[in-house]
Write a protein that binds this ligand. Structure first.
Ligand code: SAM
Ligand code: SF4
Length: 316
């Protein structure tokens, strides 16, 4: 289905939980989130109904995210049910990877075709500092398990933070050679008020300066601009929501774990799904598509996202 300015909405990101085993500084408060009563969150049946309703409106690609989707009981079953929905051509998953090793094969067999793993550093102490509790070796084991399980695609997502990990651009990009995975550098978005100073917001172009040998690729990378290091099987991607907004090409809808449809990550508008039938959900999704803003507000230094929620609730 097309929105009011002709953007075809084909991609749904579903946050299956707002809970997480990590506490990344750019995403979640240190104290975590107050666990909400089950009755306020979407049930698995409601999630599948929402995916079916979205597929009826033309959604073809589904990404399960969170919070951390792998802390969600029944995640493999949920993936299997979503992959079986008529019209859904791809089920993808975004994870911090730390809980992936025992689940990777089952997820692939359940129909997950692509996995994105968040990894901002290759240094154990930094990993612990950024995630406030994570162990790098567990995340790396997750990456290896994903590569071994044979997903169609495995990508690493690294959020760049000035003075924190921007000196690791070459080391992270090297994974496109050593592991053959795509590595995407993502601009830090101002979700958490006051958590980062102006120097933390590194533009995607810093990657081009750090890696002068990158060759631009012609392939369509969706929201990412794609490059390659010579001899690398994987590609380097730049995702620049702050300095190079892609609103005019945005084809996404989001659903939060408590069942709110968000037509735009950085805008406050939300449409509730909890307790609705599949047909009523389709109507709400249609309203959300009609209400999709042309563009979100300024995200550059000094501004804060208009999302009205933390990233772990929305799903990134
Ligand atoms: N827990 C999973 C993970 O970390 O991959 C999935 C949920 S997480 C919210 C999804 C993505 O959002 C991650 O790649 C994370 O790095 C990114 N993210 C969270 N907060 C962000 C921020 N303030 N700016 C840019 N990316 C952010
Ligand atoms: Fe958890 Fe992912 Fe947010 Fe980190 S980015 S706190 S792993 S939800």
């Amino acid at each position: 289905m097309k929105d009011s300015i002709g953007r075809e909405i084909t991609y749904l990101r579903l946050s299956v939980t707002d809970l997480c085993n990590l506490r990344c500084r750019y995403c979640m408060p240190e104290a975590g989130v107050q666990k909400r009563p089950h009755g306020e969150m979407l049930t698995q049946d409601e999630m599948v109904a929402a995916v079916r309703a979205a597929a009826r409106l033309g959604v073809r690609k589904l990404r399960l995210t969170g919070g951390e989707p792998l802390v969600k009981p029944g995640i493999v079953d949920l993936c299997r049910r979503c992959a079986a929905v008529e019209g859904i051509e791809e089920v993808c998953l975004t994870t911090n990877g730390t809980l992936l090793p025992p689940l990777a094969e089952a997820l692939r067999e359940a129909g997950v075709s692509r996995v994105n793993i968040s990894l901002d550093t290759l240094q154990p102490q930094r990993y612990r500092a950024i995630t406030r509790r994570g162990e790098l070796r567990e995340a790396l084991a997750g990456v290896e398990s994903a590569v071994r399980a044979g997903f169609r695609q495995v990508k690493i997502n690294a959020v760049l933070m000035g003075g924190v990990n921007d000196d690791e651009i070459p080391d992270l990009a090297e994974l496109t050679r050593t592991l053959g995975v795509d590595v995407r550098f993502i601009e830090l978005m101002p979700m958490v008020d006051g958590a980062f100073g102006p120097a933390s917001f590194v533009p995607g172009t810093a990657v081009l300066r750090a890696l002068p040998d990158l060759q631009e690729e012609t392939a369509d990378g969706g929201v990412a601009r794609l490059y390659r290091l010579s001899g690398a099987a994987g590609r380097v991607g730049l995702i620049s929501p702050v300095h190079d907004s892609f609103c005019h090409r945005c084809n996404r809808l989001r659903i939060t774990a408590d069942g709110m449809v968000k037509p735009c990550l950085h805008s406050a508008g939300e449409f509730p799904l909890k307790g609705l039938t599949e047909a009523e959900m389709a109507q709400q999704l249609r309203r959300a598509i009609d209400a999709k803003p042309v563009a979100h507000g300024d995200l550059t230094c000094g501004c804060i996202s208009g999302a009205g929620r933390a990233m772990n609730e929305i799903g990134g």
